[in-house]
Each structure stands twice: as structure tokens, then as C-alpha cells.
Write a protein that binds this ligand. Structure first.
Ligand code: G6P
Length: 586
């Protein structure tokens, strides 16, 4: 859930590490730290806050040396404190480590090491790696042997980079990402290519159960048994270099604004994979579809569309729930896993469980080198470019674009996604933010907001609530229109705002009736529709399009509203508190 980085080369390590960490801050950002190897010793600086704030305070990037490691943290074990921030030195200070993941047996290991006189300063599970490695190195006096021993003792999922006093870097990967970048003047070890993309696009993707040693001899890769491993050097897509905000105030706004392109790209580029996926779906006995957060909301849209247009039944399962009912997956099934990052631990676990029932795994994923992509029999790439803002925006509509393409095939063209038309409609919504900004001002002080939608618009209401929660910290709830009278109506009074997702389709008049019932209780109504109505206190107009495709465009004004509301409230839309972009721990 954190990001780790290491550098070994001719350049000045600290500024390279800090830049890399800034780009990977989306992975976790409650504290940050850097350690470098100076002439004699390992120097560490770390503190609580975002990379630029901590760097302004502590000048992480002025640490001397050509070898170093760095980390941004998203707390799992231990509070957000300076001491719990990484890097963690061993008790002798001769090794320092940065770690992403969870060490499940850390308390046993820690108790044992404490008995042997090793001291621990933090409450983290990670610190045990530093002392365990130190203990093994003190015994074996050999870095390779001590890595083999240490990795055999650690239980859990992890990627870590260790820096030895001698200046050698050693790193291990086990079910958490770790990528090697090969630059002209140095090597990088990083959770994400974004950590080093400015410097090189030559990479090696390690497999689970491998470790790396970087020293004067160069790069050596071994499996956990100590046997050398050979890997191809591959090139990462240049578009990953495109991770600047440009003229936009925030990545979130940039990513919302990219949707006229990304919707088209997702639909067009997934064409072949979609044809193959359709065959799998047609021949499967049972179809399950899973994801977390936004990706799960996309799964709910798929269920609705495939049922309505192709008469195909799909069961959506929240990824984190499958663990508790593994029998839900019947034999000869397929599981379609949706994930922007392809690294969400809950999704990967769901895939694992489904594989135990011999299910075929299909995935809709943005990062084609991700663990999910590797686990899948068939991958449909979202092709929407890097998404840095923690709240998913363009990845959601890219997922929908692919889901529509599948629907089109499954129903033999009964609906036809014209990406260009949708793209135009999205551009029209994005052309003028004035009204949405005004409404965002209205919402600045409110405590609760509800979003109402019927049929396929209910998953969009859920996704809208998620965006508002993530970006504005306002309590937000998506409600299926008909359920209003079964409870939520009791909540309606003059302090409440309700967003009504109300395009002019078969749900229109029922949803309008719900809006009137709400208005009669004094609540204010924000209508998202192509048709005006006197019931709306605020009307956000969307273009009229073919009924089937409204979900692709009606989410856009709500993404913008959540964004501007965050700006009004002075919260950081790119990095909401307590959240991380890819949750790689359970
Ligand atoms: C995290 C993010 C959410 C995201 C979810 C699933 O919780 O904060 O915004 O929707 O992970 O991410 P994935 O990469 O699997 O789509």
C-alpha cells in the first residue's frame, strides 16, 4: 500500500528518489522518508506529511550519496508518526529497509529478535525485516545467503529494498510490485515505473519469489532458492511519461477532462479482446464479475446491461466478500475481474479463490503489466493512460466503454456504441464548468447528500456517492429510486441535498415522482438530465443521446461537482485523506 524505491548509480541519489516518490505518492501518502549511503554510514531522514511538505521541512533531497532508498507510507501497522515512517534502520544502523506489504509473522520474529538483543523503535511490521536481515547477515556474512535465509523466514506479501552499509542494495518481491529500471547511469528498483520513467523506459518485471542484488558487479537476479534467473529487458509504453498535470490544477481535473479521448481509446483498442471475451461469456455456465470500489460499480453496470440487452445473467461479487463465501463460484464458470491498477489485493484474492474452482479469469485492467493481467486467461486493456488521482474517474468510463463493447457483441449489435458520439457529448458537458462550480459552493457546508437513480442509473448513483465521499468527505449515499419510501424518505428535510440522475429514458417519470416526494419534505434537488423540470432547484444539463448510453455521460458532471466541492472545501482532490489509489493489502 506504500511505494518503495531504490537507486544505485552515478547520479545524486536523494533528488532522484524524491522525484520518484512524488510521482508514486498516489500509492500512499501519510509519511515519507529517504536513506542514502554516505562515505561511511547510512543517513536517514523521514517525517509525517506529503512528499513536498516533508521535503520542504527536512530537505530529504539534500542527503549526500549515489545510492539510496525511499518510501511513501500508507499506515497499516502502527500510527502515522515520524518513527513509523520508513526507511527503518536495523538496530545497529548497518542496514536500512523500505517495505510495501504486510509481514504476517512479524510478532513472532520480533519477539525472537528482541530476545537476541535487537531493538525495535517503531510499531510497524516492516522494521522486523531490517533486524532479521541484519541478524542473518551477521551470522552468514554474505548478502546473497542472508537474503535467501530472510525470505525463507518471512510470511506474508511483500516487496522490500534493503541498503547495506557497504552500499549494496538488495530487494525481494513476493506478491507486491517491484520493477527494475535500467538507466544509462544507474539502476532503479521501484513499486511502479512512474518512480523512474523520467530516467529510463528499459525495465525488468520480476516474478514473485525473486530477489535482486545491486553492487559493483552490477545487477544480479535470483530466485528465493538462490538460483540465478534471467529476464528480458522490456520497454514500457512512453505514454507513462505523461504524468504531469500540465496546465491543470490537479491530476483529478486533468483526468476528468481526458475522458472524451479515453472513452474512445478504451472502446476502440479493446475490440479484439472483447470479441474473444464474448465467446468465453457465451459458453460459460456461470458468469461472475468482481471488483472493488469504483470497479465494482462498473461491474454493477455490466450486470444490468447484459441482462437487459443480451439476456445474459451475471453475478456481481464485491471482491473482498468472496473470501467469506468461496463456494459461490460454481465449476465451469468465468470470473471477470475489473481493476484499474490490477494490484488491488482484494481483487487478486478473489481471482485466487475463483481459480481454485477452476474458473477462467478474464480481466478489464488498465495496467497491462499488473499482477491481475498476469493471472488472467484474457485481458481487456482499458488503455486510458496513467490515472494518478486517487478517486477513479477516467478509468471508470473506460471500464464502461469496454462493458458496452461486450454488450454490443453479446446482443449481436442490438445497441451500438458510437464512441465518437459519446465523446462529443462528454466534451459538451466539459465545455463549461460555471454552473457546477456554483453548485459546489452551495455544498461547501453540508453534511449529507443523497443520489437517486433507477435501473442502470443506480450503479451510477453509487459511483457518484463514492466520488463525493472520497473527494469532499461529505456523507453521501446512492439510493435506488424506488427504495426512497422504504426508509431514506425519513432523512429528508431542508438541510439535505439530493442529486437526481434523471435522463429522459424509461426511468424518467418514476424518478421525477421521487424527486417531488423529496422536494415536498424541503430538501433541495439537483437534477442531472437532458430535460428541464420545475422540481429541480439546480439543473445540470446533459446532452440527449441514445438511451442505452446515458451512464457513460451522466457520471461526468458528478465527477466535476465532487472535484470542485473538494476545491471549495480546501481538501486535496488528488490525495484524499486516509485513502490510497491501489490498496495492495487486505
Ligand atoms: C481503492 C481506490 C478506489 C478504487 C479501488 C479499486 O480503494 O481508492 O478509488 O476504486 O481501490 O481500485 P482498482 O485499481 O482495483 O480499480
Amino acid at each position: 500500500m506504500c511505494s518503495i524505491i531504490g537507486y544505485y548509480g552515478d547520479g545524486s541519489a536523494a533528488p532522484i528518489l524524491v522525484r520518484g516518490l512524488k510521482r508514486m505518492e498516489y500509492r500512499g501518502y501519510d509519511s515519507v522518508g529517504v536513506a542514502t549511503k554516505d562515505q561511511q554510514e547510512i543517513l536517514v531522514k523521514k517525517g509525517v506529511g506529503k512528499v513536498s511538505d516533508v521535503n520542504n521541512m527536512l530537505h530529504l533531497d539534500t542527503l549526500p550519496g549515489h545510492i539510496g532508498i525511499g518510501h511513501t507510507r500508507w499506515a497499516t501497522h502502527g500510527n502515522v508518526t515520524d518513527v513509523n515512517a520508513h526507511p527503518h534502520p536495523s538496530s545497529s544502523g548497518k542496514i536500512a529497509i523500505v517495505h510495501n506489504g504486510i509481514i504476517e509473522n512479524y510478532s513472532e520474529l520480533k519477539a525472537d529478535l528482541e530476545k537476541r538483543g535487537y531493538q525495535f523503535k517503531s510499531q510497524t511490521d516492516s522494521e522486523v525485516i531490517a533486524n532479521l536481515l541484519q541478524f542473518n547477515f551477521d551470522e552468514l556474512l554474505d548478502i546473497k545467503k542472508s537474503m535467501i535465509k530472510t525470505t525463507s523466514q518471512l510470511k506474508g506479501h511483500y516487496a522490500f529494498v534493503a541498503m547495506f552499509e557497504s552500499g549494496t542494495l538488495a530487494a525481494a518481491k513476493y506478491h507486491e510490485p517491484l520493477i527494475i529500471g535500467i538507466g544509462k547511469n544507474g539502476y532503479f528498483l521501484s513499486s511502479d515505473v512512474l518512480g523512474f520513467i523520467e530516467k529510463t523506459d528499459d525495465v525488468i518485471y520480476l516474478d514473485n519469489g525473486e530477489f535482486v542484488i545491486l553492487d559493483r558487479l552490477g545487477l544480479q537476479i535470483f530466485n528465493f532458492d538462490g538460483n540465478p534467473v534471467k529476464h528480458q529487458v522490456t520497454k514500457v509504453s512512453k505514454e507513462f511519461a505523461d504524468v504531469y498535470k500540465g496546465d491543470y490544477a490537479h491530476f483529478t481535473l486533468k483526468e476528468i477532462s481526458e475522458q472524451p479521448d479515453t472513452i474512445v481509446r478504451a472502446g476502440e483498442s479493446s475490440r479484439d479482446a472483447v470479441s474473444n471475451a464474448t465467446e468465453f461469456i457465451r459458453h460459460a455456465r456461470n458468469i461472475y464479475i468482481t471488483g472493488s470500489g469504483t470497479s465494482y460499480n462498473a461491474a454493477l453496470v455490466a450486470k444490468y446491461l447484459w441482462q437487459k440487452y443480451a439476456k445474459i445473467k451475471t453475478e456481481p461479487i464485491i471482491s473482498s466478500e468472496l473470501f467469506f463465501s468461496p463456494d459461490a463460484i460454481e465449476p465451469n464458470s468465468i470470473l471477470i475481474a475489473i481493476s484499474q491498477s490490477g494490484e488491488s489485493a482484494d481483487v487478486l484474492e478473489a481471482v485466487n479463490i475463483a481459480k481454485k474452482s477452476n474458473a477462467k479469469i478474464l480481466s478489464i485492467v488498465n495496467i497491462l503489466t499488473s499482477s491481475l493481467a498476469q493471472e488472467s486467461a484474457l485481458v481487456m486493456g482499458m488503455n486510458c493512460g496513467p490515472e494518478i488521482g486517487v478517486a477513479a474517474t477516467k478509468s471508470f468510463t473506460a471500464q464502461l466503454s469496454i462493458i458496452y463493447k461486450i454488450t454490443e457483441k453479446l446482443c449481436d449489435g442490438c445497441i451500438k456504441l458510437d464512441e465518437r458520439k459519446i465523446s462529443d457529448a462528454v466534451s459538451r458537458i466539459l465545455a463549461d464548468h460555471t454552473k457546477i462550480k456554483e453548485i459546489a459552493k452551495e455544498l461547501r457546508e453540508i453534511k449529507d447528500i443523497y443520489i437517486l437513480g433507477r435501473a442502470v442509473h443506480y450503479p451510477i448513483a453509487s459511483e457518484s456517492a463514492l466520488k463525493l465521499k472520497e473527494l469532499t468527505y461529505i456523507h453521501a449515499e446512492g439510493i435506488p429510486g424506488g427504495e426512497l419510501k422504504h426508509g431514506p424518505l425519513a432523512l429528508m428535510d431542508s438541510s439535505v441535498y439530493v442529486i437526481i440522475i434523471n435522463p429522459n429514458d424509461h426511468t424518467y417519470s418514476d424518478t421525477l415522482t421521487s424527486a417531488r416526494e423529496i422536494k415536498a419534505r424541503g430538501a433541495k434537488i439537483i437534477g442531472i438530465s437532458d430535460k428541464p423540470s420545475d422540481v429541480y432547484d439546480f439543473w445540470i444539463e446533459i446532452p440527449a443521446i441514445d438511451d442505452a448510453f446515458y451512464p457513460l455521460i451522466e457520471i461526468i458532471p458528478i465527477q466535476l461537482l465532487a472535484y470542485y466541492c473538494a476545491v471549495e472545501k480546501n481538501t486535496d482532490p488528488d490525495y484524499p485523506r486516509n485513502l490510497a489509489k491501489s490498496v495492495t493489502v487486505k
